[in-house]
Design a protein around this ligand. Structure first.
Ligand SMILES: [Zn+2]
Length: 310
């Protein structure tokens, strides 16, 4: 049973007031960059106690901080979203997200803030997404992206002035089951597949990230690794969608993670990019090239395909 819109709206009215000072926002932004866009349970408890807030009040108060991660050179429309998710240990975590746009490339390549937050939760081991707080109403594309989640039937969407269920915003929805797909984003168990003939030098985390891709429609288990000179590696995985277009490519997924560290994508920071995909289902090379073409001096690009053993 989902909470009714009326109840959610009442809750919103009760929670409307708190906002962080500029100084507090700056401190939180600095902490989040170091924690790669995640507020852990211990941080959430500390902030709730310090400011006398409920978890939901804190979630909403953090949304303007999520917007600070936005990279929006085209629209200058800075969207923030935060998923309240539960990790494998049963702890509540906030997974931040923001929109990412690419200049001189098709608008269809942008990453939406809601995708970014859900991707952050998914890649970092959340087992479920309970709520998502967003700075602005989710577009139709994002409503469809959220409908791929295993918690789509109970997902709460918190906007600054009003709360909804996903069902309120996406009635008579088209979803995974309409294509005969019984799994959903974040419901799948760990992959038992392997790649064959892959070099021993290939990064283990990249292989694991590819095998954990959500690819019920094409079977292209694929992932991207962004290596930096001084700030470690960032990984992204392919997340497909029943309506196809809202699917998130592995490079978009990795870039979205990269930007949640507050880094800028330039040749002083990024050393190389590696795309790994499944030999007989590959479909990501041209998308990756298109996205990378939007950067000045794109980094070294390595492309690996490997056969999948099911
Ligand atoms: Zn959207």
């Amino acid at each position: 049973m989902t909470a009714s819109s009326k109840e959610l709206s009442q809750e919103a009215l009760n929670l409307a007031s708190f906002s962080f000072s500029l100084e507090q926002k700056t401190a939180l932004f600095t902490q989040l960059k170091q924690q790669r866009g995640i507020l852990f349970q211990r941080d959430i408890i500390a902030l709730c106690n310090e400011h006398k807030l409920t978890e939901t009040q804190l979630l909403k108060a953090c949304v303007p901080v999520a917007s600070l991660f936005s990279v929006a050179p085209i629209s200058q429309f800075y969207v923030g979203a935060i998923v309240l998710g539960i990790n494998q240990q049963g702890e509540t975590q906030f997974y931040f997200g923001a929109n990412v746009e690419f200049t001189h490339q098709a608008l269809s390549l942008v990453v939406h803030a809601e995708q970014s937050a859900i991707n952050n939760a998914w890649l970092n081991g959340a087992k479920s997404v309970i709520k998502i707080a967003i700075s602005d109403a989710p577009c139709g594309y994002c409503r469809q992206f959220m409908n791929e989640l295993d918690t789509a039937d109970s997902l709460e969407i918190l906007l600054p002035e009003k709360h909804f269920s996903l069902h309120d915003l996406l009635p008579n929805a088209f979803g995974p089951k309409d294509l005969g797909n019984e799994i959903s984003l974040m419901s799948q168990s760990a992959s038992t597949h392997q790649f064959s003939g892959i070099s021993n030098a290939c990064d283990e985390t990249l292989i694991k990230t590819a095998l954990n891709a959500y690819v019920p429609y094409t079977g292209n288990f694929s992932a991207v690794k962004i290596s930096t000179y001084q700030d470690g590696d960032f990984y992204g995985s392919y997340a497909e969608n029943a309506a196809y277009s809202p699917s998130l490519s592995p490079l978009q997924s990795a870039l979205s993670q990269f930007y949640l560290s507050g880094l800028s994508f330039d040749d002083q920071t990024v050393k190389s990019i590696t795309l790994l995909e499944t030999e007989d289902a590959k479909n990501q090379l041209e998308v990756a090239k298109a996205v990378l073409a939007s950067f000045e001096n794109p980094p070294a690009f390595e492309y690996i395909t490997a056969a999948l053993i099911k």
